[in-house]
Design a protein around this ligand. Structure first.
Ligand SMILES: Nc1ncnc2c1ncn2[C@@H]1O[C@H](COP(=O)(O)OP(=O)(O)OP(=O)(O)O)[C@@H](O)[C@H]1O
Ligand SMILES: [Mg+2]
Length: 645
């Protein structure tokens, strides 16, 4: 694969044939290629094209759930419920209690971001363009009344060395709704920009997320804490700075579900309700609805995004120096191996077939950094494809430089296999961010990022090309390895995979349940043809003769491959079940938990978290969480969502 990249010519005359071949383009509705590859303009265009849905609070609006019923329901949750010792049967945690575990007051804060990078001299939250600065110090300001803890993650507390007993403190919800300050925090909102749906949108920034600072744990890991939904900042533009319980439950649960699936992601420490209502326009009927407000405390080693760099490059002039400072900052704290890169390491790569030029990554740390970001992104997207995760809004402001899944908005896991699936109604016209396009979009976003660094003179066009090339190679390698593991095979068999994906799409087979059931196939070529589909009968539903024959033929080929691999059925089943989850956070499961929580019953959110913490285990008694979506799941707002939340 060879890309031509120059700041002067529009990028992405790129032929990403090797990626698109895996992207099931043949199954997609036709969308003009140019839609996916608009010209690269981040360093020349400053035109705003904001796509955020606005909110219009309307006091006269009717609401299906009254403020009082929810408030009462939430009030009834006694503090005893939040006592983590009642909830935590894990002996390890029991042993660790008070053994190196810290209270909120004892957390080890550091504030490297505000200390090392330029800040906004103003600290008000009036919406404005913030120039020459990476952040604005602002305090959480969401209105709060009797906030309640909805859910929490023991495993994230563990990352922070936080004593899980702290979740039971009466003032915990006040602190994590932002109503009462957390000792040691220095809150700020980050300035960033981004390409939204392929168009440069100018300054975006943390419009409703407020970072409290970074916590250094006993392993000297740095963890940034951020309250999402904590009120307005200078980056809120025309919106309210708030988040609703519905979207916060989705973000909280999916952050943790993805982590336990083994997919790099930002994490979530806790979710609290604010006790106040927030009005949102519903995309499906255009009516405003009052919903309970909420705040999620997100945790990540860093929330730096591609857009964190783009905004400064787009402004040019002295702000180009900020791109460099931000790159130095990221490398220093999050890519120390690159900082310490030894010249003696052999890191030279040929850039093309003719081999006229060689990229030496040891001579430019920014190039090595770009390549690593490209590879991490490729690896992340490959993992998404493996579990059927569709992000829904892969704008460059939602792309983490650490290769983490970030921003759980209108995401969705595939139920029936459909490469053109997008969970985001805003995306329906072009399906830019549909499941099958994610690998290409990852590359498009890397191209924007690389271009940003070129604009700041940190990398050459050759190095940018090389990073994109590495994206393609890494994606292919990881995707093929993941698909092979899912099939229980040591070697990637392209024909077998292509035929399988085609069959899955034709028959709209449930992606998760299919792979889980597949481990029941025995590597026995003597099984008669009419019995071959028996192990799959729960997942291959309502099939005519022709389709049965297509599947039988595929299973026959598959069995031949299994026999050739020589692995025992038991061993293969165990290894397949360790990569093919039984439980994924299907949108309808989220919705059930949301419906219950909005009525004041918080148990379903907590139960769902527990199930999603062990996605690869059978979990007897929890089988209903692996069921296909019921008919009601197809109502608008459940499997199809909007960005506005
Ligand atoms: N209710 C809101 N109030 C203020 N700003 C908002 C609101 N919703 C979204 N934004 C801002 O709009 C931009 C794009 O929104 P997007 O849906 O990607 O982000 P988000 O879900 O708020 O944030 P994040 O990427 O931090 O998870 C971001 O700058 C975001 O902060
Ligand atoms: Mg976002």
């Amino acid at each position: 694969m060879r890309f031509h990249f120059s700041p002067k010519t529009p990028l992405l005359s790129l032929s990403s044939s090797s990626i698109t071949s895996l992207c099931l383009r043949p199954f997609l509705p036709s969308a003009p290629k140019s839609h996916f590859y608009p010209s690269l303009a981040c360093h020349v265009s400053t035109g705003g094209n904001l796509r955020m849905d606005s909110t219009s609070p309307d006091p006269s609006s009717s609401s299906s759930v009254s403020v009082d019923s929810v408030a009462d329901g939430l009030k009834n949750q006694s503090l005893r419920e939040h006592d983590i010792s009642n909830n935590n049967n894990n002996m390890n945690n029991e042993n660790k209690k008070n053994n190196g575990k810290l209270s909120l007051e004892d957390l080890n804060w550091d504030h490297s971001f505000v200390r090392e990078l330029p800040g906004d001299p103003r600290n008000d939250s009036i919406p404005r363009q913030v120039f020459h600065a990476c952040y604005t110090k602002v305090l959480p300001s969401a209105e709060v009344e009797n906030p309640k803890l909805v859910a929490w993650s023991d495993s994230v507390a563990d990352l922070l060395d936080l004593d899980p007993k702290e979740f039971g403190r009466p003032d915990f919800p006040l602190k994590f709704s932002g109503a009462s300050p957390l000792a040691g925090a220095v809150p700020y909102a980050q300035c960033y920009g981004g390409h939204q749906f392929g168009t440069w949108a100018g300054q975006l920034g943390d419009g409703r997320a407020i970072t409290l600072g970074e916590i250094m744990n006993s392993k000297l890991e740095r963890w940034e804490l951020q309250l999402k939904g904590a009120g307005k900042t200078p980056y809120s533009r025309f919106a309210d700075g708030l988040a609703v319980l519905r979207s916060s439950i989705r973000e909280f649960l999916c952050s943790e579900a993805m982590h336990f699936l083994g997919i790099p992601t930002t994490r979530a420490l806790c979710l609290v309700t604010t006790g106040k209502f927030v009005t949102r326009d519903m995309f499906y009927d255009g009516n405003p609805k009052d919903e309970p407000g909420a705040v999620v405390c997100r945790v990540s080693q860093s929330f730096l995004r591609f857009g964190s760099y783009q905004i400064h490059a787009s402004r040019g002039g002295e702000d180009l120096g900020i791109v460099r400072s931000l790159a130095d900052y990221a490398i220093r704290h999050h890519f120390p191996h690159i900082e310490n890169m030894s010249k003696s390491e052999s890191l030279s790569f040929s850039t093309g077939d003719n081999d006229q030029s060689v990229v030496d990554l040891t001579s430019n740390k920014y190039a090595a950094w770009t390549v690593e970001i490209a590879e991490r992104t490729a690896s992340l997207v490959a993992r998404w494809q493996g579990v059927g995760f569709t992000h829904g809004v892969l704008n460059t402001d939602n792309m983490s430089i650490l290769g983490l899944t970030i921003d759980y908005g209108p995401f969705g896991f595939l139920d029936a296999f459909d490469p053109s699936y997008t969970p985001n109604v805003t995306d329906l016209p072009g399906r830019r961010y549909c499941f099958a396009n994610q690998p290409d979009i990852g590359l498009w976003n890397i191209a924007q990022f690389a271009s940003t660094l070129m604009t700041a003179n940190l990398i050459s066009d050759q190095e940018a090309n090389y990073a994109m090339e590495r994206y393609g190679t890494k994606f292919m390698d990881d995707y093929q390895a993941i698909l092979s593991q899912k099939l229980g095979l040591q070697k990637y068999n392209k024909q077998l995979v292509n035929k399988l994906l085609s069959n899955l799409a034709v028959d709209k087979v449930d992606y998760t349940n299919f792979f889980r059931a597949l481990s029941n196939i025995k590597a026995d070529p003597s099984i008669p043809g009419d019995e071959l589909l028996v192990p799959l009968k729960a997942v291959l539903l309502d099939m005519g003769k022709e389709r049965k024959e297509a599947w039988t033929s595929w299973v026959q080929t598959y069995i031949q491959e299994l026999v050739a691999s020589g692995v025992s059925d038991e061993e293969r089943k165990a290894s397949m079940n360790s990569v093919n989850p039984k439980y994924v956070l299907r949108n309808y499961l989220c919705q059930s938990a949301i419906d219950a929580a909005e009525m004041g019953d918080l148990e379903e959110v907590r139960r769902l978290l527990k199930v999603m913490e062990r996605p690869y285990d059978e979990q007897p008694g929890m089988e209903k969480y692996a069921h296909l979506p019921p008919a009601w799941a197809y109502r608008p707002g459940v499997c199809m969502l909007s960005c506005s939340s």
